[in-house]
Design a protein around this ligand. Structure first.
Ligand code: G6P
Ligand code: MG
Length: 206
């Protein structure tokens, strides 16, 4: 019996993954190496600074902490430029309907995202009011696959882990949900989301 639904944001509610990808790829280009969609899989769900570390590992480059902060900031400015154009039309198929259905059934709804831009995005999409709790990258210190973000969301909903279902598109996010002791619905490809209890292509399938 699902009493709480905890949604990842990027790739589950809205396809911001493509904007993250474009912004990271442009940074990689500046640094002189190629960054592919395949590489990008590894960045999904992980925090901004960890994403940068993975990117630099792919390019076999090393930088000082200060240089890295500047690069992450540069990437974010580009990303924010992309997402400032977001509107309701970019909600993924079935999201609005599914959230409405959950609300009617009295299921608690939370956001569990690593993004520090989550609130900005929810506002752009005009769906902030549908969430009983919003846990984002500003509220947690340990990134997925650590379960902290989902544990915090579950706690804010006033529920137990076994009463919550996590919706995730990233490998690290699925792992975080399982580590939190929750059921996990994977959104995407079964080959990538092996640990999920169920894999679907999008919320429109439910
Ligand atoms: C999400 C995305 C990641 C992104 C992370 C941090 O989990 O899937 O690709 O790196 O959030 O996002 P931010 O908006 O804070 O840079
Ligand atoms: Mg995601």
């Amino acid at each position: 019996q699902m009493k709480g639904a905890i949604f990842d944001l990027d790739g589950v509610i809205v396809d911001t993954a493509k904007y993250h990808f474009l912004a990271w790829r442009s940074l990689a280009e500046e640094l002189g190496f190629e960054f592919t969609e395949e590489h990008n899989e590894r960045l999904k769900g992980v925090s901004r600074m960890t994403s940068l570390d993975i990117l630099l590992e792919i390019g076999s480059l090393e930088f000082t902490e200060a240089e890295k902060l500047e690069m992450a900031d540069r990437k974010n400015r580009l990303y924010v430029e992309y997402i400032s154009q977001l509107d309701q039309s970019e909600l993924l198929p079935g999201v609005k309907e599914y959230l409405n259905r959950l609300r009617e059934r009295g299921v608690g709804i939370a956001l569990g995202s690593a993004s520090k831009n989550a609130q900005f995005i929810l506002d752009k999409l005009n769906i902030a009011g549908m969430f009983d709790a919003v846990i984002d990258g500003n509220k947690v210190s340990r990134a997925k696959p650590d379960p902290e973000v989902f544990q915090t969301a579950c706690h804010e909903l006033g529920l137990q882990p076994r009463e919550c279902v996590v919706f995730e598109d990233a490998e690290a996010g699925v792992a975080a949900g399982k580590a939190a002791g929750m059921q996990v619905v994977g959104i995407g490809r079964p080959e990538v989301l092996r640990e999920a209890d169920l894999v679907i292509t999008g919320l429109h399938e439910l």
